[in-house]
Design a protein around this ligand. Structure first.
Ligand code: OGA
Ligand code: MN
Length: 288
């Protein structure tokens, strides 16, 4: 089999075909990693991955993170603490088997409230609803390159506060005190524009909107600036909409993309297995 890489949009994402991830060679893997570095999000369809296969493929990218702290803490399939379940399905006691429910998940980057956020996350689809639950990706390098000069100037050399209070489903993380004050909220400050360690390109790094704050501005000024930045970054020209099929493996670069999820019918079932590649270095500002 030969690995082929086809971009899915100009701004973000590529579909890779010709690989069975249960038995990919080192050469295949090198091509996959190159595509991920270049396109920031990769899609491989028609995979048949058990838990061990998903873990083995994930570990080729580096050490894994344990599941993030979500509304009910960390939920893994029995015996697989490094896999995290994203699902609305309830167990026999009526408790969700995973995180994020069936509602919308707003635009975000995973766990950027840490000083060293994860490098990547991946989702593998096990059950999907008939409709809804699409996952959208935003190419933050394309968005950065297209920043109007005046917007660029207003964030150049500044940091942004990334909030650790709420997850993308709007749920309070387990054990965290609720707040809507960005200064009081737990989280991390990161450069507004990063240098991507893999491809060297400038990346707009927004994280998530709620409880965000741009350094050196009043709350009012920062909110107005963030509204402009978010409106710019999430334009359709920077976005790919992923409509799931069973057996899809999607992996994103967590530094150079954001993602969000559409809501779906809560009576339908959606089950994703997810892994996360640990971050290896703190985000560094891009110097022109
Ligand atoms: C995630 C996430 C969205 C989805 O797993 O980090 O945001 O489509 N998931 O399930
Ligand atoms: Mn996420």
């Amino acid at each position: 089999m030969t690995v082929t890489v086809r971009p899915v949009t100009e701004a973000v994402g590529a579909e890779i075909s010709g690989v069975d991830l249960r038995r990919s060679s080192d050469t295949d893997f090198a091509a996959i990693k190159r595509a991920w570095t270049e396109h920031s999000m990769i899609l491989l369809r028609d995979q048949q991955l058990g838990e061990d296969d998903l873990l083995a493929f994930s570990r080729r990218f580096g050490e894994l993170d344990p599941p993030p702290n979500q509304e009910r803490g960390r939920i893994s399939p029995p015996g697989y603490p490094d896999i995290y379940v994203v699902s609305n399905v309830l167990d026999e006691k009526g408790d969700p088997i995973g995180a994020l429910g069936a509602g919308e998940a707003v635009w975000h980057t995973d766990m950027s409230y840490l000083d060293t956020p994860p490098d990547a996350s991946m989702l593998y689809s096990l059950e999907i609803p008939e409709s809804g639950g699409d996952t959208w990706f935003c190419g933050m390098q394309a968005a950065c390159a297209a920043l109007p000069a005046e917007l660029h100037r207003r964030i150049e050399g500044r940091r942004i506060k990334h909030d650790g209070t709420y997850n993308s489903g709007g749920y309070l993380r387990k054990g965290v005190t609720p707040t809507d004050d960005p200064m009081a909220a737990p989280g991390a400050w990161h450069p507004a524009i990063l240098r991507h360690p893999g491809n060297g390109r400038a990346t707009l790094y927004l994280g998530r909107r709620r409880n965000s704050h741009v350094e050196g501005y009043s709350k009012h000024e920062s909110d107005a600036l963030l509204e402009e930045l978010w409106a710019h970054a999430t334009q359709a020209r920077f976005v790919y909409q992923h409509v799931w099929k069973l057996g899809d493996l999607v992996m994103w670069d967590n530094r150079s993309t954001m993602h969000r999820r559409d809501p779906f019918d809560g009576a339908a079932r959606r089950i994703m297995h997810r892994t996360q590649i640990k971050g290896t270095r703190k985000p560094v500002a891009f110097m022109a």
